[in-house]
Design a protein around this ligand. Structure first.
Ligand code: ZN
Length: 260
């Protein structure tokens, strides 16, 4: 048994992911809004059994209450920090760094990836799909709302960058075109990045999603995974010998102020 990933666009640029198992059950990765999720479940004749949570932001847990009300036995699995701070509605199971969770014959390794929030976790499944929430986007990364550059540096450049290169990265927003404008600004001579930009423009012109990505592609194109390169060090005016997390902090601050 395994599962198929169905991408559900919600609002302007959120993605929810419905994991559809062969036995007619389904799990949701984050829950922005109930009606489009319910519509997809009904259309496919699936029964929702689980929500797998990446972090507590409202556009990721907003539909929990409504879904638990319609499916009282719904299991909601999330991270330890968010559980301790009671910020995932209906959470039924606490998963810690390195723990494994099994569903639909596949196993996920849980990775704590603080930075966007302190409780953020990523789900890396045995079938090669990884759900990274708002930690990493195609050619970008999440804002550092709660964590420090040093924490985000470990999450991006040690944890995620250490996964197999063919890992499929499912992020929670379609921010790719805007991220690419900034990426090209700081890494203009990167041929892989130029090629990705053309590919993405073609996809978006047809209304197609640019997610998922692969880790291999992000390693060659995502400036936040390239803080050790001369191009990014120069673009951020980092002093010689500055630690990588310092470069990352500078890069994120530049992106926050970028109007490209
Ligand atoms: Zn978020």
């Amino acid at each position: 048994m395994s599962f198929e990933v169905v991408q559900i666009p919600v609002w302007q640029d959120n993605y929810a992911y419905l994991l559809c198992a062969d036995d007619g059950t389904a799990a949701l990765v984050d829950s922005p809004e109930a009606p489009p999720i319910q519509a997809e479940l009904d259309r496919r004749g699936l029964r929702l059994t689980h929500i797998f949570q990446t972090h507590h932001h409202f556009d990721h847990v907003g539909a929990n209450a409504a879904l638990v009300e319609s499916v009282p036995e719904l299991k909601v699995w999330g991270g330890a920090y968010d559980s301790e701070h009671e910020r995932i509605p209906g959470q039924t199971r606490v998963l810690r760094d390195g723990e494994r969770a099994t569903w639909a014959g596949e196993t996920a390794v849980i990775h704590e990836v603080p930075g966007h929030t302190l409780g953020h976790i990523a789900w890396r499944w045995s079938n090669g799909a990884a759900f990274v929430g708002d930690t990493l986007f195609v050619a970008g990364c999440g804002r550092f709302f709660e964590g420090t550059p040093a924490q985000m540096d470990v999450s991006l450049n040690e944890v995620i960058a250490g996964w197999p290169p063919d890992t499929k990265l499912y992020c929670a927003h379609e921010y790719t075109q805007s991220n690419l404008r900034f990426a090209l600004h700081v890494d203009p001579d990167n041929a892989d990045l130029q090629a990705l930009s053309q590919e993405v423009d073609a996809l978006r012109a047809e209304g197609q999603p640019t997610v998922p990505s692969t880790l291999a592609r992000e390693l060659s194109c995502n400036p936040f995974l390239r803080c050790d390169t001369p191009a990014i060090r120069a673009a951020t005016a980092s002093p010689k010998g500055a630690p990588r997390h310092d470069v990352l902090g500078r890069l994120r601050a530049m992106k926050d102020g970028f109007r490209g």
